[in-house]
Design a protein around this ligand. Sequence first.
Ligand code: AMP
Ligand code: FE
Ligand code: FE
Ligand code: ZN
Length: 277
Amino acid sequence: MIDLHCHSTYSDGTFSPAKLLEYAEKRGVEVLALTDHDTVDGLPDFFSHETKVERVAGTELSIDYDNGTFHVVGLFLDYHNKKLNETLDFLKTARRARNEKILTAVSNLLGREVTLDDVSDGNEGELGRPHIAKFLIKCKVVSTMQEAFDKYLAKGKPLYADKARLSFDDAAKIIHGAGGIAVLAHPVSLRLEDDAVEPFLSDLKGRGLDAIEVFCSEVVPERRPFYLETAQRLGLGVSGGSDFHGDNKLKIALGTGPETLNTPYSVYQALKELTQR
Ligand code: AMP
Ligand code: FE
Ligand code: FE
Ligand code: ZN
C-alpha cells in the first residue's frame, strides 16, 4: 500500500513528519509522499528520520479556478530548486496576507482582537482555514470543522477571503522545472459534469498534466473506474493519496482513506517512470 498525498504540521495537518512516518510504518504504508500546501519546508524534517518507508518529496498547489477547487500535487520534486522556492515564497506571502484579512473578520465577529498566535496552536508552518476553524470550535462559535466551513469559511461565507493562486500552466512548469510530475488532486473537487471531465483533462494534458488521483478519499470506490478509464484513454498516469490531515479530517486514515484506498505499489512504480520522460 502507498499514499502519495498527505499533510503535516508544516501546513494544515496535525501530525509532524516524524509522527506521519511512524504511523505509516504501523499501518503498512510502503511509500509516503509529504504534500503540504504551498510549502516544501517540512521535507528536510521528513527525510531526516530513520524509517522503512520509501519517501517522495511533494507539495500541493492551489490553482486559479472558479467552479470548484482545483489542486495540483507535485511529486518527486527537487525541493531545493530555486524557481520552486521563489514561487512558494510568493504563495506563502499571499497566504499570510489572506490570514490577516480572515483574522480581522474573526476579530469583528467575536468583538475582540484575535491574533495569529491565538490560532496557530503550535503549528510549525503555513496556517490556513482549518486552523481558524479549530479556533472557532475552541471559542464555541461552531461545534465541528464542517460547520465552521459551511457557515463561515467556505467561499461566499462571512469569514472567507480570497488569496492569490497560480495558473495551471505556471504550476505545471514550476513542478517540471523542479524535476517533478504534476498530478491533479481529488478530481471530484473540480465539480464538473461527467461529460465535461474528459475534455477538461485532455486540455490539461496538453498543458503539462501528468497524472490524476484515482485512488483518492473523495472518489468513492464505485466511481474509480470512471476516472481510471478516463486516465487510460487520455494517456494520463494514475496516482493515489488519502489527503490525510490527522485530526483535522477525522474520517481519513493514512493509506486507506475513509476505508478502502489501499493504492497498490505498482501505481508508485508507474508514476516514477513518468519522471524519466
Ligand atoms: P486554505 O488552504 O487555507 O484555503 O484551506 C483549505 C483547506 O481547508 C483544505 O486543504 C482542507 O484541508 C480544509 N478544508 C476545506 N473544506 C473543509 C471542510 N469542509 N472540512 C474540513 N476541512 C476543510
Ligand atoms: Fe488541507
Ligand atoms: Fe487539496
Ligand atoms: Zn491535500
